[in-house]
Design a protein around this ligand. Sequence first.
Ligand SMILES: Cc1cc2nc3c(=O)[nH]c(=O)nc-3n(C[C@H](O)[C@H](O)[C@H](O)COP(=O)(O)OP(=O)(O)OC[C@H]3O[C@@H](n4cnc5c(N)ncnc54)[C@H](O)[C@@H]3O)c2cc1C
Length: 523
Amino acid sequence: MNPASHQSDPSCPPTGPPGFLARLRVAASLLARLRKPDLQAGGAYRQVRFGKFHLFGRWWRFLAWVLHETFVAIPNGTRGLTINRRVSNCPMWLIDPNPLADHPWCRDPAAVLPASTDTVVIGAGFTGGAAAYHWARRAPANRKMVVVDLGDPASGSSGRNEGLVVMGRYFSMVKQCMLNTLPELRPDLDAGGRKRLAHQFADVYARAAYRNAALIEQTIQREGFDCNYVRDGWVQARTAEEQAALDDSVREAQETGFDDWTKISAEEAARRSGMRLDHPAGFSRQAASWHPAKWVWSLFDRALAAQTVALFTRTRVTSVTNDEGRYRVETSRGVIHARHVIYATEAYTPALEKMFHDAILPMQEQAACGDGGPKTMKPCIGISGTWHFAGRYGRRVLFGSGGSRLADCEAGRNRPSRFLSRFVVSQIHRTYGDHRLHMTNEWSGTVGYTPDQYPIVGSLDRRGRYIVAGMCGSGSGVSFNGGRCIVNRILGLDDEPDDYPAAYFAPSRLLNTAHHPWPAFEA
Ligand SMILES: Cc1cc2nc3c(=O)[nH]c(=O)nc-3n(C[C@H](O)[C@H](O)[C@H](O)COP(=O)(O)OP(=O)(O)OC[C@H]3O[C@@H](n4cnc5c(N)ncnc54)[C@H](O)[C@@H]3O)c2cc1C
């Protein structure tokens, strides 16, 4: 085959570095297309990567990085990338028809919201689906739940994500995040006290997350959910500088018994994921991949069969107010009175409840998918580098990165950065080498971060308003168990373990620090 025909054959990866003109073309197209999401993503990257330097040093390094990426790394790493003339912003998981789209209006246009109910759930993603499923499993026939969503089920982050069922964040990471914020939250503690408390927080979080993962697997198997669940783990590449931290985190995982988090050699990482690495990688042994939207649809499918749960899509909640011992939930289709309200609105929460501004930060993450990709990329396993994630699902490869903070009112926006997509493809090229990839879809979603990167699961007012949120991009590691615990509390059931004690997870930890019932030190 001569070189020219090799280059034009879509199945052959391109070879050789791009010429000067080709580089210039890529750079010009990158710079000409810079938009607000690109600048926001760039600003977030500058802060994370170079935040430790003073202002001048930070900017100088950032600009050098931009020039290198624009003229060298991205043109080199995206030689095999072609982009559809019209890139769809439909997330890969929502290309499949949504069986609950426009429910119940598509079948019953005259349907009306009930005037009153026991519990209203706002949001129909992982969290709303979990609440509905557990309600259907446990509530007596006379106690009804109504779920409303401004879109269709799984149209928020739950249908726009990477598709991994995570074991939660690993122990050391949770502990470190708590340690970083405890000086502000608990100025009364000395360094030793903060260390002990951070350890306790990580312990309670990881225990809940491990049960969450077990419950998800048991539920999928027991119910026979068809959501492409495969438990093959998650390989996370680590650089030379990150090796010491990896060793520490794996040692701590073993010492504490939360030993899902391990280290594997570069050879084993290649065998499992196809990535060519120079250093050992982190590995979550029990992470799984799934079709996240099908998970949500399956939860609702079971819940709606039970007659105690009703779902109303395309219905926006505009306010929740107290009304003589009940809650008045105002929606775009009328008012519902309820004894309880569950906020399953994650990153959208501050737009609905202003008190969450600066307590739940909406952060944009994005992903894209296309046909082809590296032939050596193994299917259905989580793959991450320092700045990106990727995965192969059938003929498609999904890849993405994140996150920059959005204004509260922008939560849920679907405006990805093309610069970021190209950057991620060039990152994949580093560990997989030459390949061809035809990008067809590109989208963004918003995840909810708390300042201490620890979720909130509990009561908002010690009466009937509850929330599960602030899952920091690890919603599959919290939502199912969190939804279960909240439903059990509302139903007054104490025959199952409650993994989210108020001392750790109550929203007052963020909203009312001085009056939060902080946990005592354990022996
Ligand atoms: C690109 C990307 C990759 C990710 N990868 C992973 C991953 O691999 N694994 C993982 O565990 N997590 C991942 N996440 C995070 C994960 O998707 C979220 O943590 C999870 O989906 C949160 O679920 P949720 O149900 O709480 O929120 P959402 O799915 O965001 O659902 C909230 C719902 O509330 C509705 N809503 C909001 N406001 C209102 C209102 N006023 N009235 C009515 N309805 C309202 C919205 O329409 C939405 O459907 C990723 C996220 C993104 C964006």
